[in-house]
Design a protein. Structure first.
Length: 115
C-alpha cells in the first residue's frame, strides 16, 4: 500500500522560514519524479517545484530563489525549504510523486504566514 505523508507546516511570520517534508512508503521512491504544489482558498492548485533524475530541480517563478527542493532516497523523503515567506505563500502544500501512469498525492500540510 502506497502512503505519502507531508509534515512541517505551521504558522510563521512574514520573512521567516519553514521546511516541509514528504515521506513515501510502498514505492521505489528513487525512480519517481517528485513535486510540490500548493493550493490557497479559492485558487487552483499551483506547481512550485519538482526534482527528478540526478537531482535536477525546476521551480515556478513565484518561488525561484526563495524555495529549495531536495530529496533523500535513503529516507524516501523530499523536502521543501521555504525562506523569505510572504503572506501570499499561505496555502495547503501538497507532495506529488509520479512515474509513468503512477500518480500519488499526500493529504497536504497547512502553511500560514502572518504579516
Amino acid at each position: 500500500q502506497v502512503q505519502v505523508v507531508e509534515s512541517g507546516g505551521g504558522l510563521v511570520q512574514a520573512g521567516g522560514s519553514l521546511r516541509l517534508s514528504c515521506t513515501a512508503s510502498g514505492i521505489t521512491f528513487s525512480i519517481y519524479n517528485v513535486a510540490w504544489y500548493r493550493q490557497a482558498p479559492g485558487k487552483q492548485r499551483e506547481f512550485l517545484a519538482n526534482i527528478f533524475g540526478i537531482n535536477i530541480a525546476k521551480y515556478a517563478d513565484s518561488v525561484q530563489g526563495r524555495f529549495t527542493i531536495s530529496k533523500d532516497n535513503i529516507k524516501n523523503t523530499v523536502y521543501l525549504q521555504m525562506n523569505s515567506l510572504k503572506p501570499e505563500d499561505a496555502a495547503v502544500y501538497y507532495c506529488n510523486l509520479r512515474f509513468g501512469t503512477k500518480d500519488y498525492w499526500g493529504q497536504g500540510t497547512q502553511v500560514t504566514v502572518s504579516s
